[in-house]
Write a protein that binds this ligand. Structure first.
Ligand SMILES: NC(=O)C1=CN([C@@H]2O[C@H](COP(=O)(O)OP(=O)(O)OC[C@H]3O[C@@H](n4cnc5c(N)ncnc54)[C@H](O)[C@@H]3O)[C@@H](O)[C@H]2O)[C@H](O)CC1
Ligand code: K
Length: 524
């Protein structure tokens, strides 16, 4: 699991070490210089390369100035463009005495032109304008300089190497927003621990490859603000059957999905659930989807009976009054029993007013538009673009309003419960943006929740965070299955790797069919 901690937590953890005189900045600077040298080596060599440090007025800039002294000693020609009146004093003194060429570009009256001229002669740019001390989007002239460098860099995608210090300057460090200019990085060298903005969209896409440099910060007692699950985490929580298991100990999932108009969602959700593995799927719905499910998945039982979790709503239109009334009944029953439910598609509108408030564990699976509609219906006027600009913030808000866990679908899936860490899962592929993919995900999620259904129903509060972890796990598995089906390899958010296979078109059925293949690589 990748754990990211808030700026405030990092400062609290740094405090005692700084008070004890630990040379944190010196360590950070050495690590930064090592990674910059690594980028230069990958592009042909270190000695003789030209490095440009973009220096702000705080310790973030200090890291880069000290790193510059190491790079000079490794034979680089290092320039420092000071985009501040007050550069880190000792760092600047060390840089000057080591032979870093310092340019006080503010004084020239043309900070953009001066910096751009230096940048065009450089093989690597080190973004040290702001770190965890940033307040809001980049102020001038840093903003205009970054805009100009971003335009310059997009003209030469392969060059130069851009290395961000701690975070790409100007991102929302704690929430992943991008409210102004940010220079996309090839690599971010982050100090002590990952920061939420390096995992959360849209900022995560600008960080490139993230290297966490350990500063021995005492973070164990500080809960992370954001996490990303890895395959190993999913393997640890996966419900593996034992010799004593039977269908009810493995979990029975109730599917109230699909409708006369959209029968396919019933079969796709069933496929996702069955290939995730569980005791049994019970399907309930009108004749057309029922016949389809029976035909496609003879394993599915279509008579009512005991279930341990529900998936409601995939393939149900909010104006399908009869079907919506059924969903409301299932939701009320599940809530009364404390059974976990997945609310997808049409079922999300059940929470557009507080008549159906959630009393049991629930995971809502909206895309950005559905989340905007839900928030607006609950009095928070929100547009789709607002959600995509700040997904973590809006997912958390919806979780607080509804009491449910929000799995917000997107190129990076964000999961937010009313409290506890956010999850960011960047495991999918753009090929997954295809009809029915969400139905399969709902089935995967429902099956996993069914395995934990009895425990969640009997929970005394110790499992509060479990639905969010399970939702993140479902997103990881679903994304890995899509990559496997499309034939693409894992990617970091951000610049696509030109050498990576591009993949092929896939259907939602392909994703469901690829689940066992994906699980074979996860459940080792
Ligand atoms: N504390 C340590 O010894 C270590 C710190 N690390 C690095 O330090 C930064 C945090 O440094 P801090 O001085 O607190 O703040 P920043 O340098 O991130 O930024 C403050 C700097 O930026 C200016 N500023 C603030 N907001 C904006 C804005 N919107 N636009 C433009 N400029 C802005 C502000 O005026 C100050 O001049 C941390 O990220 C690490 O990189 C070490 O790594 C570990 C030891
Ligand atoms: K930075």
């Amino acid at each position: 699991m990748i754990r990211a901690h808030s700026a405030a937590t990092v400062r609290a953890a740094e405090e005692p070490l700084l008070a004890a005189g630990e040379p944190l900045m010196a360590r950070a600077a050495f690590a930064l210089a090592t990674h910059v040298a690594g980028e230069l080596r990958a592009r042909g060599g270190v000695s003789g390369s030209v490095v440009l440090l973009l220096v702000g007025g705080g310790n973030n800039g200090g890291d880069a100035l000290y790193a510059g002294t190491h790079l000079v000693r490794r034979g680089c020609q290092v320039h420092a463009a000071l985009l501040t009146e007050r550069a880190h004093e000792s760092g600047l003194a060390a840089a000057r005495s080591a032979g870093v060429r310092v340019h006080e570009v503010l004084g020239s009256g043309d900070a953009v032109g001066e910096t751009l001229a230096l940048a065009r002669r450089s093989d690597a740019w080190v973004d040290a304008l702001t770190g965890i001390g940033a307040r809001g989007p980049l102020r001038e002239p840093a903003g205009s300089v970054v805009d100009a460098l971003t335009a310059e860099r997009s003209a030469w995608p392969a060059e130069p190497a851009v290395v961000a210090v701690d975070v790409p300057s100007g991102i929302g460090v704690d929430d992943g927003t991008v409210e102004g200019p940010v220079l996309p990085a090839d690599r971010t060298v982050t100090m002590g621990t990952a920061k939420p903005g390096l995992l959360l969209p849209p900022a995560a896409a600008l960080a490139g490859h993230v290297e966490v440099f350990d500063l021995d910060l005492a973070l164990a007692e500080h809960p992370p603000a954001a996490c990303s699950l890895t395959g190993a985490d999913v393997s640890d929580l996966w419900p593996l059957p034992g010799p004593e298991d039977h269908k009810y100990t493995r979990g029975v999932l109730g599917l109230a999905t699909g409708s006369q108009t959209y029968p396919g969602a019933a079969a796709l959700a069933a496929a996702g659930a069955l290939r995730t593995g569980l005791g049994m799927v019970r399907y309930t719905g009108p004749e057309v989807p029922t016949d389809l499910v029976r035909h496609r998945h003879p394993e599915v039982v279509t008579v009512p009976g005991r279930v341990q979790s529900w998936v409601l709503g995939s393939g149900v239109a909010p104006d399908d009054a009869a079907r919506m009334a059924e969903l409301a009944e299932y939701l009320a029953d599940a809530s009364a029993r404390g059974l976990p439910v997945v609310l997808d598609a049409g079922a999300l509108t059940l929470l557009h007013d507080d008549d159906n408030d959630l009393t049991g564990p629930a995971v809502l699976t909206p895309h950005a538009g559905e989340l905007a509609e839900l928030l607006t219906a609950r009095g928070e006027q929100t547009g789709r673009d607002d959600v995509t600009a700040a997904p973590a913030r809006h997912a958390r808000l919806a979780a607080e309003i509804t009491g449910g866990t929000i799995l917000l679908k997107g190129s990076t899936t964000v999961v937010a419960a009313p409290e506890g860490p956010l999850y960011a899962q960047h495991d999918a592929t753009p090929w997954l943006a295809t009809a029915g993919a969400g139905d399969v995900l709902a089935g995967v999620l429902g099956a996993l929740l069914a395995a934990y259904g009895d425990a969640l129903a009997a929970d005394d509060g110790t499992l509060t965070g479990l639905p969010a972890t399970i939702a993140a796990a479902a997103a990881l598995v679903h994304g890995r299955a899509a990559r496997s089906a499309a034939g693409v390899s894992p990617t970091r958010p951000g610049r696509p790797d030109p050498a990576a296979p591009r993949g092929v078109p896939i259907t939602a059925t392909d994703v469901a069919d690829a689940l066992p293949r994906a699980l074979r690589t996860i459940l080792r």
